[in-house]
Design a protein around this ligand. Structure first.
Ligand code: KE4
Length: 427
């Protein structure tokens, strides 16, 4: 494929932005090669600067569940923007969106709209610390909750239970407040709570992990976290930035029947515009300024244009059969990929829930971060480029997810599977 224009733009971009990108995962560093500069999208398709067309399974890393440039979303954004983009004052559409969110997530008795998943998670953690008066946070290896300092932390070496920075610039003293457990490993949480229980403000978890590739919660894992946090007097925070409105209208908490104290939302919520939210128990959320002493703010929080895109997206998702359609096309894709792995005698497995899935080059099962670490990232990189050459745009990282939208047709899926068979044969 001709990529001169993307290459030229990339050379220009690198003179202005670190790595020529505005978010690291876009850099193709995880798979090699140069990022494509994308010019436009429509439905399941995107086109790059050289006019090459791709079937898109990144969907801006989750938000585009309706597909690109959905007419209802575009029209809503156009109409609202023409009346002014932001006033820094409350508006009627925020009430409408908050009501829609509460319909889907009854556990969010009070909520606050913000502009990114990072802000939502950072604020929920500060709130948990304010509510409990405790400082420690437990997160899970391989889970990602945005780039706030206290979350860029990895497990300390050996027995050290305190976290250590997972990024330059994070003070060790900050990282030490974060303890790191293993996903799907309840005893690892129990050990941390036994050692630090009375200091732990919250456990934050992606109820379905999707930042180590998709790893589903084992039976009892989420219930166990609910029980352990309640016993320890810590709050349970579900980071549903990916799973919210994605795995079901009511997110993972609806699928698994486990109710957190606080929930973070993003991505689909904004339909591709900067919009996220955090919320939960009324007695906890009442600490948030201006009601209470926990401060959190934002110039563009809940701005009318982003909210309009969100309302249009959620309204379209309420169409009867929308989630059934996502389930059917995504199951088709999963089965097709499994068949292609078998037919090409490649070792791999597919983890999926709803319209979010990951193909691991690993015999399976992939149920823990340790399993993910065993999977073959080089094989994924070959597969990624093989698919890209054939006009299918997957996540440029083995540790992300593929997202199916309502715009992906059965024809698109069978085309993808046929190309996967060719790409796998070449891996
Ligand atoms: P943002 O600040 O990027 O809007 O959201 C942070 C975040 C929080 N929680 C979860 C579960 C997330 O997946 C994310 C962001 N996800 C990444 C990659 N999956 C977005 C892509 C990027 O960083 O560019």
């Amino acid at each position: 494929m001709k990529r001169d224009t993307s290459h030229r733009l990339y050379e220009e971009a690198k003179k202005l932005m670190p790595g020529g990108v505005n978010s690291p995962v876009r850099s193709f560093k995880g798979v090699g090669g140069e990022p494509l500069f994308i010019m436009r999208g429509r439905g399941p398709q995107i086109w790059d600067a050289d006019g090459n067309e791709y079937l898109d399974y990144v969907g801006s890393w989750g938000p585009l569940i309706l597909g690109h440039a959905h007419p209802a979303v575009v029209m809503a954004v156009r109409e609202v923007a023409a009346k002014g983009t932001s006033f820094g004052a409350p508006g009627p559409s925020e009430v409408q969106l908050a009501r829609l969110i509460q319909e889907a997530f009854p556990s969010m008795e009070l909520m606050r709209l913000v502009s990114s998943g990072t802000e939502a998670c950072m604020s929920a953690i500060r709130l948990a610390r304010a509510y409990t008066g405790r400082n420690k946070l437990i997160k899970f290896n391989g889970c990602y909750h945005g780039h706030a300092d206290s979350l860029l932390v990895k497990a300390g070496s050996g027995g050290a239970t305190f976290g250590v920075p997972d990024s330059a610039g994070v003070p060790p003293s900050f990282a030490a407040e974060t303890l790191v457990a293993e996903y799907n490993d309840l005893p690892s949480v129990e050990r941390l709570l036994q050692a630090h229980g009375k200091d732990v403000a919250a456990v934050i978890v992606e109820p379905v992990a999707a930042n180590m590739g998709v790893v589903l919660p084992q039976p009892g894992f989420l219930d166990g976290l609910r029980r352990l946090t309640a016993q320890a007097g810590a709050l349970l925070i579900f980071d549903e930035v990916i799973t919210g409105f994605r795995v079901a209208w009511g997110g993972a908490q609806a699928v698994y029947g486990v109710t957190p104290d606080l929930t973070c939302l993003g991505k689909v919520l904004g339909g591709g515009m900067p919009l996220a939210a955090y919320g939960g128990r009324r007695d906890v959320m009442q600490l948030v300024a201006p009601l209470g002493p926990m401060y959190q703010a934002g110039t563009l929080s809940g701005n009318p244009v982003a909210v309009a895109a969100g309302v249009a997206t959620l309204t379209a998702l309420q169409r009867p059969g929308a989630y059934q359609q996502l389930e059917e096309t995504s199951a088709e894709l999963e089965q097709g990929l499994r068949d292609a792995l078998r037919q090409t005698e490649r070792q791999g497995t597919v983890n999926r829930i709803g319209s979010v899935l990951t193909l691991f080059f690993h015999p399976g099962p992939v149920e823990t971060w340790a399993h993910v670490a065993e999977s073959d990232a080089k094989a994924y990189a070959h597969f990624f480029h093989g698919m890209l050459e054939r006009g299918v745009y997957l996540a440029p990282s083995a540790y992300e997810a593929a997202f199916v939208s309502l715009a992906h047709s059965a024809q698109d899926i069978s085309e993808t599977v046929a190309k996967a068979r060719q790409a796998l044969a070449a891996v």
